[in-house]
Design a protein around this ligand. Structure first.
Ligand SMILES: Cc1ncc(COP(=O)(O)O)c(C=O)c1O
Length: 374
């Protein structure tokens, strides 16, 4: 029995997880315990299977910490001091975060920007790659969770192969991995974390890395704890993390992976999330809300809704009244428009989406908003 009141999380993470995943954590194992090392191995192999890549070509390197740690680890590990040259495709907050990571690390960086409510403009990417060479890394976000826009990863990798084949490609697939397929053929690094579409608990993130590229980067990382190449070598040779691993989180994740396969893998999970999203979008539209992203570019992960143009609307009140009812939505993260976000990933089902819609309607009435909005 918890001291805290559990709520439904309609957020980009951490997310609701199943009872089975929570129960799986109720065991203490040492980091050198053979059972734990076996579990780490299963998780690493399982994640390669989710990515549909072979262990001959790729390695999965889990790392303590949230997703940003692993993005930072990839950039630090593969950008040689004074030599790295990174191009970031940024149409939202998570793309811009990769720019900040490079700046902090003293890595030369340039960005190709686009409007936040649309996919990254491929013509601008092409122009940049055509007019300037020497990139060591091109970074793109798969689902830009600040808006829900899905970026054309495959087209980007094709452009990189055409104009700058020596460059590595990093895909931030934090909020999409496991629910939106990614063609890995042109991808050298893909990063995601335990507490997103694979429905584990927070505690670690992971990179699926092209083996030859990662091994060519040994000795480059300026941050000991973020050295992905050394983390890989340690896992391969000793079966262990270099520093204290999040044991409970990894053990829970192995159960989360089993449930993922039981649901039908990427297709099965995508089908439930699509259904969730359809319910929320059509219900919110009936209540008079409009979404930021055109439907053809909006994935099935999260939806950004524009603030209603009504003086009775106040996001903090709206959020708090929903939270009192046990429903947690998320603030907006775009500079172009005032929005809030409703996520539909995690251990959420159509009934949860219908319950949220009922509560949104009751909060609107309580706040004195017209139903539907005019
Ligand atoms: C696309 C994307 N990138 C990066 C992050 C950052 O991940 P974290 O908060 O786990 O560090 C998130 C978090 O939601 C995300 O959605």
């Amino acid at each position: 029995m918890s001291a805290y009141k559990e709520k439904k999380l309609f957020t980009p993470g951490p997310l609701c997880v199943s009872e089975e995943v929570k129960r799986a954590m109720l065991v203490d194992l040492g980091s050198r315990d053979k059972q734990f090392m076996q579990c780490v191995e299963e998780v690493r192999c399982g994640l390669l299977k989710v990515a549909e890549v072979s262990p001959e070509d790729y390695t999965c390197v889990p790392l303590q910490g949230s997703g940003t740690y692993c993005i930072e680890a990839v950039i630090q590990t593969i950008s040689p001091a004074g030599k790295g040259k990174v191009l970031v495709l940024a149409n939202g907050a998570y793309g811009r975060r990769m720019v900040s990571i490079c700046e902090r690390a003293g890595v030369s960086v340039r960005k190709v920007e686009g409007p936040e409510h649309l996919p990254i403009p491929l013509n601008r990417v092409e122009d940049t790659l055509q007019s300037e060479g020497g990139w060591s890394l091109v970074c793109v976000v798969h689902c830009e969770t600040s808006t829900g826009v899905i970026n054309p990863v495959q087209e980007v990798t094709k452009l990189v192969q055409r104009y700058c084949p020596d460059s590595a490609v990093l895909v931030d697939a934090m909020s999409s991995f496991g629910a939106v397929p990614v063609d890995m053929s042109g991808v050298d690094y893909l990063v995601s974390s335990a507490n997103k579409c694979l429905e584990g608990v927070p505690g670690f993130s992971f990179a699926i890395c092209r083996l030859t590229h990662l091994l060519s980067c040994r000795g480059q990382c300026r941050v000991l704890s973020l050295d992905l190449a050394e983390q890989h070598v340690s896992l391969q040779t000793t079966g262990q993390f270099r520093f204290t691993p999040p044991t409970h989180s990894i053990i829970a994740f192995n159960t989360a992976l089993a449930l993922f396969w039981k649901e039908g893998g990427v297709q099965g999970r995508a089908a439930r999330y699509k259904k969730n999203k359809e319910i929320i979008v059509s219900g919110m539209e009936k209540l008079g809300y409009r979404r930021l992203v055109p439907p053809e570019h909006d994935g099935h992960i999260i939806t950004a809704f524009l603030y209603p143009q009504h003086r009775a609307f106040n996001f903090t009140t709206f959020y708090e009244k929903l939270s009192e009812r046990g429903q947690v939505i998320y603030p907006g993260k775009v500079t172009e428009a005032l929005c809030f976000r409703v996520g539909n990933i995690g251990h959420l089902f159509p009934d949860d989406m219908h319950a949220l819609l009922r509560d949104v309607e009751s909060v609107m009435r309580e706040m004195g908003l017209p139903v539907p909005l005019q």
